[in-house]
Write a protein that binds this ligand. Structure first.
Ligand code: 6PG
Length: 258
């Protein structure tokens, strides 16, 4: 598979630790939300799962007046094929972290990880996304993470989803990170490219090698799927902590601390 050519250079911002990174990410979400609501009356935000975004979500929940949440629609970048009350559910993690906001259920657009047929659930989600946002479905912000293997959302190395042309798919993956073979429901690269903005949160020394390979390694999207983000039309913001930045050249980093 030929790597898509990078269209826009990434914006890389380094922070001391996960807490500082999360506070900066919360400020970025609020800013994007204010702009979206001012321009279009709503803010369509797609979030990822895993552990990194949890603190960001807690910070957003701790300041309910930071955004008019009645105008915010939450989507998911991906979901595991588990029920929403399962410990591994991305929806469940966010629902718990954001509970203080008491968000309207109709504004929480959950991927049906519990579905017997993930492909059907992915198609249903694509219909819901396009009914709300049109085609291509233009999210205001996609909040992403990076796996230690270079995956983002549930676009895992060597998975068929890397070549998908739909907006939402069921992606069969086999990875030690997923406990072996499983299926994930995920937004695809075209859907992530269609978003008005994308922010990738990367924290921890276990991400250092993948981050360097994604940002500065040779083009190899099969091995490092997060490289697909650079092929979108818009600049992607990477908010990283010192531990994740430990293998980057210092010249690559914009330090917001001045
Ligand atoms: C998921 C996420 C996934 C995540 C990375 C990083 O379903 O696991 O959407 O893409 O962003 O795996 O996960 P951590 O934040 O836990 O390191």
């Amino acid at each position: 598979m030929t790597a898509p050519s990078a269209k826009a250079a990434p914006i890389v911002e380094r922070f001391a630790d996960l807490e500082a990174l999360s506070r900066a990410a919360a400020a970025a979400v609020v800013q994007q939300g204010e702009e979206a609501i001012a321009a279009r009356g709503r803010f369509d935000l797609a979030i990822s799962g895993g552990s990194t975004p949890r603190r960001l979500l807690q910070l957003l929940a701790a300041e309910p007046r930071a955004l008019p949440w009645q105008h915010v629609h939450l989507w998911w970048c991906d979901e595991r094929t588990v029920p929403p009350d399962h410990a591994d559910s991305n929806f469940g993690m966010a629902q718990h972290a954001l509970a203080p906001l008491r968000l309207e259920a109709s504004h929480l657009h959950r991927m049906a990880g519990e579905a017997e047929d993930p492909a059907s659930a992915a198609a249903d989600y694509q219909r819901e996304l396009c009914a709300a946002l049109g085609e291509p479905p233009v999210l205001d912000l996609a909040l992403l993470g990076l796996g230690p293997d270079g995956h983002t959302a549930s676009l895992f190395p060597h998975s068929p989803g890397l070549r998908a042309t739909d907006w939402v798919i069921a992606n069969p993956v086999t990875s030690p990170l997923t406990g072996g073979a499983t299926t994930r429901i995920t937004l695809t690269a075209p859907a992530l490219h269609a978003a008005r903005a994308a922010i990738v949160l990367v924290a921890g020394a276990d991400k250092a090698a993948a981050l360097t390979a994604v940002l500065h390694g040779p083009a190899d999207v099969e091995q490092y799927p997060a490289q697909l983000l650079a092929a979108g039309p818009r600049r992607v913001r990477w908010l990283i902590d010192e531990a994740a930045a430990s293998q980057l050249e210092t010249g690559d980093l914009h330090d917001p601390r001045g």
